[in-house]
Ligand binder design. Structure first.
Ligand code: NDP
Length: 445
Protein backbone atom coordinates (compact mmCIF):
# COMPACT_ATOMS: atom_id res chain seq x y z
CA UNK A 1 0.00 0.00 0.00
CA UNK A 2 1.51 3.35 -1.02
CA UNK A 3 -0.22 5.49 1.61
CA UNK A 4 1.54 5.18 4.98
CA UNK A 5 -1.44 6.08 7.17
CA UNK A 6 -3.63 3.53 5.39
CA UNK A 7 -0.86 0.92 5.62
CA UNK A 8 -0.71 1.49 9.40
CA UNK A 9 -4.47 0.94 9.66
CA UNK A 10 -4.16 -2.22 7.57
CA UNK A 11 -1.26 -3.54 9.68
CA UNK A 12 -3.32 -3.03 12.83
CA UNK A 13 -6.16 -5.07 11.29
CA UNK A 14 -3.73 -7.88 10.41
CA UNK A 15 -2.52 -7.95 14.02
CA UNK A 16 -5.97 -7.74 15.54
CA UNK A 17 -7.76 -10.23 13.28
CA UNK A 18 -5.15 -12.87 12.38
CA UNK A 19 -6.25 -15.68 10.07
CA UNK A 20 -9.06 -13.74 8.41
CA UNK A 21 -7.41 -13.78 4.98
CA UNK A 22 -10.50 -13.06 2.91
CA UNK A 23 -11.36 -10.09 5.11
CA UNK A 24 -7.80 -8.77 4.81
CA UNK A 25 -7.99 -9.13 1.03
CA UNK A 26 -11.25 -7.18 0.83
CA UNK A 27 -9.98 -4.41 3.12
CA UNK A 28 -6.69 -4.13 1.28
CA UNK A 29 -8.44 -3.63 -2.06
CA UNK A 30 -10.69 -0.88 -0.71
CA UNK A 31 -7.90 0.94 1.16
CA UNK A 32 -5.75 0.83 -1.98
CA UNK A 33 -8.53 2.49 -3.96
CA UNK A 34 -9.44 5.20 -1.47
CA UNK A 35 -5.92 6.59 -1.12
CA UNK A 36 -6.57 8.86 -4.12
CA UNK A 37 -9.89 9.97 -2.65
CA UNK A 38 -8.30 10.92 0.66
CA UNK A 39 -5.68 13.04 -1.08
CA UNK A 40 -8.51 15.26 -2.31
CA UNK A 41 -10.87 14.77 0.63
CA UNK A 42 -8.65 14.29 3.74
CA UNK A 43 -11.55 15.20 6.03
CA UNK A 44 -13.13 11.81 5.20
CA UNK A 45 -10.46 10.16 7.36
CA UNK A 46 -11.03 12.45 10.37
CA UNK A 47 -12.05 11.05 13.75
CA UNK A 48 -10.72 7.61 12.87
CA UNK A 49 -13.38 7.15 10.25
CA UNK A 50 -11.39 4.54 8.31
CA UNK A 51 -10.75 2.48 11.45
CA UNK A 52 -14.46 2.67 12.28
CA UNK A 53 -15.36 1.68 8.72
CA UNK A 54 -13.19 -1.44 8.96
CA UNK A 55 -14.66 -2.55 12.29
CA UNK A 56 -18.11 -4.23 12.16
CA UNK A 57 -20.75 -2.49 14.27
CA UNK A 58 -21.82 -5.84 15.69
CA UNK A 59 -20.67 -9.46 15.23
CA UNK A 60 -22.94 -12.26 16.36
CA UNK A 61 -21.66 -15.83 16.68
CA UNK A 62 -24.05 -18.45 18.00
CA UNK A 63 -24.62 -22.18 18.45
CA UNK A 64 -27.16 -23.90 16.22
CA UNK A 65 -28.16 -27.29 17.64
CA UNK A 66 -30.63 -29.42 15.66
CA UNK A 67 -31.69 -33.03 15.16
CA UNK A 68 -30.99 -34.97 11.96
CA UNK A 69 -33.30 -37.63 10.47
CA UNK A 70 -31.70 -40.36 12.60
CA UNK A 71 -32.46 -38.42 15.77
CA UNK A 72 -28.76 -37.54 16.31
CA UNK A 73 -28.00 -34.04 17.55
CA UNK A 74 -25.87 -31.91 15.22
CA UNK A 75 -24.09 -28.73 16.26
CA UNK A 76 -23.25 -25.94 13.83
CA UNK A 77 -22.09 -22.36 14.19
CA UNK A 78 -24.24 -19.43 13.12
CA UNK A 79 -23.05 -15.91 12.27
CA UNK A 80 -24.43 -12.48 11.56
CA UNK A 81 -22.04 -9.60 11.00
CA UNK A 82 -23.86 -6.26 11.03
CA UNK A 83 -21.08 -4.32 9.42
CA UNK A 84 -22.31 -0.81 8.79
CA UNK A 85 -25.74 0.71 9.31
CA UNK A 86 -25.04 4.31 8.33
CA UNK A 87 -27.20 4.22 5.21
CA UNK A 88 -30.11 2.12 6.44
CA UNK A 89 -31.08 -1.21 8.03
CA UNK A 90 -28.34 -3.83 7.78
CA UNK A 91 -28.84 -5.74 4.55
CA UNK A 92 -27.04 -8.77 3.15
CA UNK A 93 -27.54 -12.46 2.50
CA UNK A 94 -27.17 -15.65 4.50
CA UNK A 95 -24.72 -18.30 3.29
CA UNK A 96 -24.94 -21.97 4.28
CA UNK A 97 -21.71 -23.68 3.25
CA UNK A 98 -19.22 -25.89 5.07
CA UNK A 99 -16.40 -23.36 4.51
CA UNK A 100 -18.17 -20.47 6.30
CA UNK A 101 -16.23 -18.89 9.16
CA UNK A 102 -16.19 -15.49 10.84
CA UNK A 103 -13.59 -14.08 8.42
CA UNK A 104 -15.80 -15.04 5.45
CA UNK A 105 -18.75 -13.22 6.98
CA UNK A 106 -16.63 -10.14 7.72
CA UNK A 107 -15.29 -9.99 4.16
CA UNK A 108 -18.77 -10.32 2.72
CA UNK A 109 -20.30 -7.79 5.14
CA UNK A 110 -17.53 -5.30 4.39
CA UNK A 111 -18.00 -5.69 0.62
CA UNK A 112 -21.75 -5.46 1.02
CA UNK A 113 -21.44 -2.06 2.72
CA UNK A 114 -19.86 -0.49 -0.38
CA UNK A 115 -22.03 -2.42 -2.81
CA UNK A 116 -25.21 -1.26 -1.11
CA UNK A 117 -23.90 2.31 -1.06
CA UNK A 118 -23.37 2.45 -4.82
CA UNK A 119 -26.92 1.29 -5.50
CA UNK A 120 -27.94 4.73 -4.23
CA UNK A 121 -30.58 3.05 -2.00
CA UNK A 122 -31.01 3.31 1.79
CA UNK A 123 -29.48 0.04 2.98
CA UNK A 124 -26.56 -0.72 5.29
CA UNK A 125 -24.17 -3.68 4.92
CA UNK A 126 -24.28 -7.10 6.61
CA UNK A 127 -23.77 -10.80 5.98
CA UNK A 128 -24.55 -13.99 7.85
CA UNK A 129 -24.77 -17.72 7.61
CA UNK A 130 -23.51 -20.98 8.97
CA UNK A 131 -20.96 -23.73 8.41
CA UNK A 132 -23.96 -26.05 7.89
CA UNK A 133 -23.56 -28.13 4.70
CA UNK A 134 -26.95 -28.54 3.02
CA UNK A 135 -25.65 -31.06 0.48
CA UNK A 136 -27.16 -34.50 1.01
CA UNK A 137 -29.55 -33.26 3.71
CA UNK A 138 -33.26 -34.10 3.45
CA UNK A 139 -35.92 -31.44 3.16
CA UNK A 140 -36.95 -32.07 6.80
CA UNK A 141 -33.37 -31.65 7.98
CA UNK A 142 -33.06 -28.37 6.08
CA UNK A 143 -36.28 -27.20 7.73
CA UNK A 144 -35.17 -28.15 11.25
CA UNK A 145 -31.79 -26.49 10.71
CA UNK A 146 -33.42 -23.27 9.43
CA UNK A 147 -35.79 -23.24 12.40
CA UNK A 148 -32.95 -23.70 14.88
CA UNK A 149 -30.91 -20.97 13.14
CA UNK A 150 -33.78 -18.47 13.23
CA UNK A 151 -34.60 -19.28 16.86
CA UNK A 152 -31.43 -17.41 17.80
CA UNK A 153 -31.21 -14.91 14.97
CA UNK A 154 -34.78 -13.54 15.14
CA UNK A 155 -34.03 -11.29 18.12
CA UNK A 156 -31.50 -9.34 16.07
CA UNK A 157 -33.70 -8.83 13.00
CA UNK A 158 -36.52 -6.46 12.04
CA UNK A 159 -37.65 -4.57 8.96
CA UNK A 160 -35.99 -1.40 10.29
CA UNK A 161 -33.04 -3.19 11.89
CA UNK A 162 -31.55 -6.04 9.90
CA UNK A 163 -33.01 -7.68 6.79
CA UNK A 164 -31.27 -10.87 5.56
CA UNK A 165 -31.70 -12.52 2.14
CA UNK A 166 -30.31 -15.63 0.41
CA UNK A 167 -26.80 -16.42 -0.78
CA UNK A 168 -24.90 -19.66 -1.45
CA UNK A 169 -26.97 -22.57 -0.12
CA UNK A 170 -29.91 -20.34 0.84
CA UNK A 171 -32.67 -20.10 -1.76
CA UNK A 172 -36.47 -19.83 -1.77
CA UNK A 173 -36.93 -23.08 0.20
CA UNK A 174 -34.61 -22.03 3.05
CA UNK A 175 -36.00 -18.48 3.14
CA UNK A 176 -39.50 -19.97 3.48
CA UNK A 177 -38.49 -22.03 6.50
CA UNK A 178 -36.63 -19.08 8.03
CA UNK A 179 -39.60 -16.74 7.54
CA UNK A 180 -42.04 -19.33 8.91
CA UNK A 181 -40.02 -19.63 12.11
CA UNK A 182 -39.64 -15.84 12.47
CA UNK A 183 -43.41 -15.44 12.14
CA UNK A 184 -44.05 -18.22 14.66
CA UNK A 185 -41.71 -16.80 17.30
CA UNK A 186 -42.64 -13.13 16.95
CA UNK A 187 -46.33 -13.58 16.12
CA UNK A 188 -45.91 -10.91 13.45
CA UNK A 189 -46.38 -11.14 9.71
CA UNK A 190 -43.49 -8.79 9.08
CA UNK A 191 -42.86 -9.35 5.38
CA UNK A 192 -40.08 -6.75 5.24
CA UNK A 193 -37.82 -8.73 7.59
CA UNK A 194 -36.45 -11.00 4.85
CA UNK A 195 -36.07 -10.59 1.10
CA UNK A 196 -36.07 -13.22 -1.61
CA UNK A 197 -39.48 -14.43 -0.38
CA UNK A 198 -41.91 -16.35 -2.60
CA UNK A 199 -44.20 -14.25 -4.78
CA UNK A 200 -47.32 -15.39 -2.92
CA UNK A 201 -46.04 -14.28 0.48
CA UNK A 202 -44.44 -10.87 0.10
CA UNK A 203 -41.73 -11.58 -2.45
CA UNK A 204 -40.87 -9.42 -5.44
CA UNK A 205 -40.95 -10.39 -9.07
CA UNK A 206 -37.43 -10.48 -10.55
CA UNK A 207 -35.68 -11.00 -7.17
CA UNK A 208 -34.76 -14.57 -8.10
CA UNK A 209 -33.41 -13.43 -11.46
CA UNK A 210 -31.99 -10.10 -10.29
CA UNK A 211 -28.31 -10.77 -9.64
CA UNK A 212 -27.82 -12.70 -12.89
CA UNK A 213 -29.91 -10.29 -14.97
CA UNK A 214 -28.25 -7.28 -13.32
CA UNK A 215 -24.81 -8.69 -14.09
CA UNK A 216 -25.69 -8.95 -17.77
CA UNK A 217 -27.10 -5.41 -17.80
CA UNK A 218 -23.83 -4.21 -16.30
CA UNK A 219 -21.81 -6.12 -18.92
CA UNK A 220 -23.99 -4.63 -21.65
CA UNK A 221 -23.01 -1.14 -20.41
CA UNK A 222 -19.33 -2.14 -20.33
CA UNK A 223 -19.54 -3.38 -23.92
CA UNK A 224 -21.43 -0.28 -25.05
CA UNK A 225 -18.47 1.82 -23.91
CA UNK A 226 -16.32 -0.18 -26.32
CA UNK A 227 -18.92 0.34 -29.05
CA UNK A 228 -19.98 -3.32 -28.90
CA UNK A 229 -23.13 -5.29 -28.06
CA UNK A 230 -23.96 -8.74 -26.69
CA UNK A 231 -25.35 -10.15 -29.93
CA UNK A 232 -23.31 -13.17 -31.05
CA UNK A 233 -20.83 -13.04 -28.15
CA UNK A 234 -19.56 -16.35 -26.77
CA UNK A 235 -19.48 -16.49 -22.95
CA UNK A 236 -18.04 -18.80 -20.32
CA UNK A 237 -19.20 -18.68 -16.74
CA UNK A 238 -18.66 -20.57 -13.52
CA UNK A 239 -21.28 -21.86 -11.11
CA UNK A 240 -24.72 -23.19 -11.92
CA UNK A 241 -26.63 -21.74 -8.99
CA UNK A 242 -28.93 -18.76 -8.73
CA UNK A 243 -26.60 -16.14 -10.18
CA UNK A 244 -25.26 -18.31 -13.00
CA UNK A 245 -28.65 -19.65 -14.16
CA UNK A 246 -30.22 -16.22 -14.55
CA UNK A 247 -27.11 -14.69 -16.09
CA UNK A 248 -27.34 -17.44 -18.73
CA UNK A 249 -31.05 -16.71 -19.21
CA UNK A 250 -30.49 -13.01 -19.84
CA UNK A 251 -27.39 -13.56 -22.01
CA UNK A 252 -29.33 -15.92 -24.26
CA UNK A 253 -32.30 -13.57 -24.49
CA UNK A 254 -29.96 -10.76 -25.59
CA UNK A 255 -28.35 -12.87 -28.31
CA UNK A 256 -25.15 -14.09 -26.61
CA UNK A 257 -24.23 -17.79 -26.31
CA UNK A 258 -23.02 -19.41 -23.08
CA UNK A 259 -20.88 -22.50 -23.76
CA UNK A 260 -19.66 -23.42 -20.27
CA UNK A 261 -20.75 -23.48 -16.64
CA UNK A 262 -19.69 -25.48 -13.58
CA UNK A 263 -20.22 -26.60 -10.01
CA UNK A 264 -17.73 -27.52 -7.33
CA UNK A 265 -17.16 -30.95 -8.96
CA UNK A 266 -16.42 -29.88 -12.53
CA UNK A 267 -17.27 -27.98 -15.70
CA UNK A 268 -19.55 -28.70 -18.63
CA UNK A 269 -18.48 -27.50 -22.08
CA UNK A 270 -21.48 -27.42 -24.41
CA UNK A 271 -20.35 -26.11 -27.79
CA UNK A 272 -23.94 -25.73 -29.03
CA UNK A 273 -24.76 -23.41 -26.14
CA UNK A 274 -26.13 -24.40 -22.74
CA UNK A 275 -29.67 -25.80 -22.85
CA UNK A 276 -31.04 -23.68 -20.03
CA UNK A 277 -34.34 -25.56 -19.62
CA UNK A 278 -32.42 -28.80 -19.04
CA UNK A 279 -29.90 -27.14 -16.71
CA UNK A 280 -32.69 -25.56 -14.63
CA UNK A 281 -34.52 -28.90 -14.43
CA UNK A 282 -31.35 -30.57 -13.11
CA UNK A 283 -30.25 -27.77 -10.79
CA UNK A 284 -33.50 -26.23 -9.52
CA UNK A 285 -35.84 -29.22 -9.55
CA UNK A 286 -33.70 -32.35 -9.19
CA UNK A 287 -30.87 -30.61 -7.24
CA UNK A 288 -28.41 -32.57 -9.40
CA UNK A 289 -24.92 -31.85 -10.75
CA UNK A 290 -23.57 -30.42 -14.01
CA UNK A 291 -22.15 -33.91 -14.62
CA UNK A 292 -25.78 -35.10 -15.01
CA UNK A 293 -26.35 -32.29 -17.53
CA UNK A 294 -23.31 -33.33 -19.56
CA UNK A 295 -24.43 -36.97 -19.59
CA UNK A 296 -28.00 -36.20 -20.63
CA UNK A 297 -27.00 -33.66 -23.25
CA UNK A 298 -23.97 -35.53 -24.58
CA UNK A 299 -21.72 -32.55 -23.84
CA UNK A 300 -18.09 -32.59 -22.72
CA UNK A 301 -17.56 -32.85 -18.94
CA UNK A 302 -14.29 -31.70 -17.36
CA UNK A 303 -14.05 -33.32 -13.94
CA UNK A 304 -12.40 -31.16 -11.27
CA UNK A 305 -11.79 -28.29 -13.71
CA UNK A 306 -12.91 -24.70 -13.85
CA UNK A 307 -14.14 -23.18 -17.12
CA UNK A 308 -11.40 -20.60 -17.71
CA UNK A 309 -9.50 -22.59 -20.36
CA UNK A 310 -12.53 -22.52 -22.66
CA UNK A 311 -12.64 -19.92 -25.42
CA UNK A 312 -15.05 -17.02 -24.89
CA UNK A 313 -15.28 -13.27 -25.45
CA UNK A 314 -16.80 -12.72 -22.00
CA UNK A 315 -16.01 -14.55 -18.73
CA UNK A 316 -18.33 -14.32 -15.74
CA UNK A 317 -17.23 -15.99 -12.48
CA UNK A 318 -20.51 -16.71 -10.63
CA UNK A 319 -19.55 -19.35 -8.04
CA UNK A 320 -17.37 -18.28 -5.12
CA UNK A 321 -14.44 -16.18 -3.88
CA UNK A 322 -10.92 -16.50 -5.34
CA UNK A 323 -11.94 -18.88 -8.12
CA UNK A 324 -10.09 -17.07 -10.92
CA UNK A 325 -6.34 -16.52 -10.54
CA UNK A 326 -3.45 -15.25 -12.72
CA UNK A 327 -2.99 -18.54 -14.60
CA UNK A 328 -6.64 -18.43 -15.53
CA UNK A 329 -6.31 -14.84 -16.77
CA UNK A 330 -3.40 -15.91 -18.98
CA UNK A 331 -5.61 -18.60 -20.55
CA UNK A 332 -8.56 -16.25 -20.96
CA UNK A 333 -6.41 -13.61 -22.66
CA UNK A 334 -4.86 -16.22 -24.96
CA UNK A 335 -8.38 -17.24 -25.96
CA UNK A 336 -9.44 -13.70 -26.84
CA UNK A 337 -11.44 -12.77 -23.74
CA UNK A 338 -12.18 -9.03 -23.63
CA UNK A 339 -14.52 -8.63 -20.66
CA UNK A 340 -14.57 -10.20 -17.19
CA UNK A 341 -17.27 -9.29 -14.69
CA UNK A 342 -17.88 -10.74 -11.23
CA UNK A 343 -21.25 -12.37 -10.58
CA UNK A 344 -19.88 -13.84 -7.36
CA UNK A 345 -18.32 -11.86 -4.51
CA UNK A 346 -14.54 -11.42 -4.91
CA UNK A 347 -14.08 -14.41 -7.28
CA UNK A 348 -11.06 -12.82 -9.00
CA UNK A 349 -7.85 -12.67 -6.96
CA UNK A 350 -6.04 -9.31 -6.58
CA UNK A 351 -3.11 -10.47 -8.74
CA UNK A 352 -5.52 -11.62 -11.42
CA UNK A 353 -7.25 -8.22 -11.37
CA UNK A 354 -3.89 -6.49 -11.85
CA UNK A 355 -3.14 -8.74 -14.81
CA UNK A 356 -6.55 -8.09 -16.37
CA UNK A 357 -5.87 -4.36 -16.13
CA UNK A 358 -2.40 -4.82 -17.65
CA UNK A 359 -3.84 -6.85 -20.51
CA UNK A 360 -6.54 -4.22 -21.05
CA UNK A 361 -9.35 -6.65 -20.44
CA UNK A 362 -12.35 -4.73 -19.09
CA UNK A 363 -13.01 -5.81 -15.51
CA UNK A 364 -16.31 -5.26 -13.66
CA UNK A 365 -15.95 -5.85 -9.88
CA UNK A 366 -18.73 -7.66 -8.02
CA UNK A 367 -19.49 -4.68 -5.81
CA UNK A 368 -20.94 -3.03 -8.88
CA UNK A 369 -21.66 -5.85 -11.32
CA UNK A 370 -23.59 -8.13 -8.95
CA UNK A 371 -25.44 -5.38 -7.06
CA UNK A 372 -28.69 -6.13 -8.93
CA UNK A 373 -29.69 -8.72 -6.33
CA UNK A 374 -29.49 -6.46 -3.34
CA UNK A 375 -30.99 -3.57 -5.30
CA UNK A 376 -34.04 -5.69 -6.10
CA UNK A 377 -34.17 -6.75 -2.45
CA UNK A 378 -34.49 -3.06 -1.62
CA UNK A 379 -37.33 -2.87 -4.17
CA UNK A 380 -38.93 -5.83 -2.39
CA UNK A 381 -38.68 -3.90 0.91
CA UNK A 382 -40.34 -0.91 -0.77
CA UNK A 383 -43.20 -3.07 -2.02
CA UNK A 384 -43.62 -4.65 1.43
CA UNK A 385 -43.71 -1.26 3.14
CA UNK A 386 -46.41 -0.08 0.72
CA UNK A 387 -48.21 -3.44 0.64
CA UNK A 388 -47.89 -3.46 -3.13
CA UNK A 389 -46.86 -6.01 -5.72
CA UNK A 390 -45.24 -4.57 -8.83
CA UNK A 391 -45.40 -6.40 -12.15
CA UNK A 392 -42.43 -8.34 -13.51
CA UNK A 393 -41.98 -5.77 -16.27
CA UNK A 394 -42.04 -2.74 -13.93
CA UNK A 395 -39.61 -4.36 -11.51
CA UNK A 396 -37.22 -5.39 -14.26
CA UNK A 397 -37.31 -1.88 -15.71
CA UNK A 398 -36.31 -0.54 -12.26
CA UNK A 399 -33.47 -3.06 -12.08
CA UNK A 400 -32.20 -2.23 -15.56
CA UNK A 401 -32.16 1.48 -14.70
CA UNK A 402 -30.37 0.87 -11.38
CA UNK A 403 -27.65 -1.16 -13.13
CA UNK A 404 -27.24 1.54 -15.75
CA UNK A 405 -26.91 4.13 -12.97
CA UNK A 406 -24.40 1.99 -11.04
CA UNK A 407 -22.30 1.63 -14.18
CA UNK A 408 -22.46 5.37 -14.82
CA UNK A 409 -21.52 6.15 -11.20
CA UNK A 410 -18.49 3.84 -11.34
CA UNK A 411 -17.33 5.12 -14.73
CA UNK A 412 -17.81 8.79 -13.74
CA UNK A 413 -16.04 8.36 -10.40
CA UNK A 414 -13.11 6.48 -11.97
CA UNK A 415 -12.80 9.23 -14.54
CA UNK A 416 -12.88 11.93 -11.85
CA UNK A 417 -9.88 10.28 -10.19
CA UNK A 418 -7.93 10.01 -13.43
CA UNK A 419 -8.40 6.31 -14.27
CA UNK A 420 -11.42 6.09 -16.58
CA UNK A 421 -11.10 2.34 -17.26
CA UNK A 422 -10.67 1.30 -13.64
CA UNK A 423 -14.08 0.12 -12.44
CA UNK A 424 -12.51 -1.18 -9.21
CA UNK A 425 -11.43 2.33 -8.29
CA UNK A 426 -14.76 3.74 -9.45
CA UNK A 427 -16.84 1.33 -7.37
CA UNK A 428 -14.71 1.53 -4.22
CA UNK A 429 -14.36 5.31 -4.33
CA UNK A 430 -18.06 5.96 -5.03
CA UNK A 431 -19.18 3.56 -2.29
CA UNK A 432 -16.66 4.93 0.17
CA UNK A 433 -17.57 8.58 -0.39
CA UNK A 434 -21.27 7.95 0.22
CA UNK A 435 -20.73 5.88 3.37
CA UNK A 436 -18.00 8.16 4.75
CA UNK A 437 -19.99 11.37 4.21
CA UNK A 438 -22.95 9.80 6.00
CA UNK A 439 -20.82 8.51 8.87
CA UNK A 440 -19.45 12.03 9.35
CA UNK A 441 -22.97 13.43 9.43
CA UNK A 442 -24.04 10.88 12.06
CA UNK A 443 -21.18 11.69 14.44
CA UNK A 444 -18.76 9.38 16.24
CA UNK A 445 -20.72 6.17 16.78
P1 NDP B 1 -25.88 -20.86 -5.18
O1 NDP B 1 -25.72 -21.64 -3.92
O2 NDP B 1 -27.21 -20.78 -5.82
O3 NDP B 1 -24.85 -21.40 -6.28
C1 NDP B 1 -23.47 -21.40 -6.04
C2 NDP B 1 -22.79 -22.08 -7.22
O4 NDP B 1 -21.39 -21.95 -7.06
C3 NDP B 1 -23.07 -23.58 -7.29
O5 NDP B 1 -23.01 -24.01 -8.62
C4 NDP B 1 -21.92 -24.16 -6.46
O6 NDP B 1 -21.60 -25.48 -6.78
C5 NDP B 1 -20.79 -23.24 -6.87
N1 NDP B 1 -19.83 -23.17 -5.76
C6 NDP B 1 -20.07 -22.78 -4.48
N2 NDP B 1 -18.94 -22.88 -3.75
C7 NDP B 1 -18.00 -23.33 -4.60
C8 NDP B 1 -16.62 -23.62 -4.45
N3 NDP B 1 -16.01 -23.49 -3.27
N4 NDP B 1 -15.94 -24.04 -5.54
C9 NDP B 1 -16.56 -24.20 -6.74
N5 NDP B 1 -17.86 -23.93 -6.94
C10 NDP B 1 -18.56 -23.51 -5.88
O7 NDP B 1 -25.30 -19.40 -4.85
P2 NDP B 1 -25.54 -18.04 -5.64
O8 NDP B 1 -25.61 -18.30 -7.10
O9 NDP B 1 -26.63 -17.32 -4.96
O10 NDP B 1 -24.20 -17.25 -5.28
C11 NDP B 1 -23.01 -17.37 -6.07
C12 NDP B 1 -22.08 -16.20 -5.76
O11 NDP B 1 -22.75 -14.97 -6.06
C13 NDP B 1 -21.63 -16.07 -4.31
O12 NDP B 1 -20.33 -15.51 -4.29
C14 NDP B 1 -22.60 -15.06 -3.74
O13 NDP B 1 -22.09 -14.40 -2.61
C15 NDP B 1 -22.73 -14.12 -4.92
N6 NDP B 1 -23.91 -13.28 -4.91
C16 NDP B 1 -25.16 -13.85 -4.89
C17 NDP B 1 -26.27 -13.03 -4.90
C18 NDP B 1 -27.64 -13.59 -4.99
O14 NDP B 1 -28.58 -12.80 -5.14
N7 NDP B 1 -27.84 -14.88 -4.96
C19 NDP B 1 -26.14 -11.56 -4.84
C20 NDP B 1 -24.78 -11.08 -4.97
C21 NDP B 1 -23.72 -11.93 -4.97
P3 NDP B 1 -22.02 -26.68 -5.77
O15 NDP B 1 -23.47 -26.91 -6.03
O16 NDP B 1 -21.15 -27.81 -6.19
O17 NDP B 1 -21.73 -26.20 -4.38
Amino acid sequence: MKDEALQAIYDAILRRDPGEDEFHQAVSEVLDSIAVVLRERPELADERLIERLCEPERQLVFRVAWEDDEGAVQVNRGFRVEFNGALGPYKGGLRFHRTVKLGTMKFLGFEQTFKNAITGLGIGGAKGGSDFDPRGRSDREIMRFCQAFMTELYRHLGEHTDVPAGDIGVGARELGYLFGQYKRITNRYEAGVLTGKGIGWGGSHVRKEATGYGLVYFVREMLARRGEGLEGKKCVLSGSGNVALYAIEKLHSLGAKVVACSDSDGTVHDRDGIDLALLKQIKEVERGRVRDYAERRGAEYLEGQRPWAIRGHIALPCATQNELDVDDVAKLVENGCKVVAEGANMPVTPRAIDLLHEEQVDFGPGKAANAGGVATSALEMQQNARREVWTFGDTEAHLAQIMKDIHATCAKTAEAFGAPDDYVLGANAAGFIRVAETMRALGVV
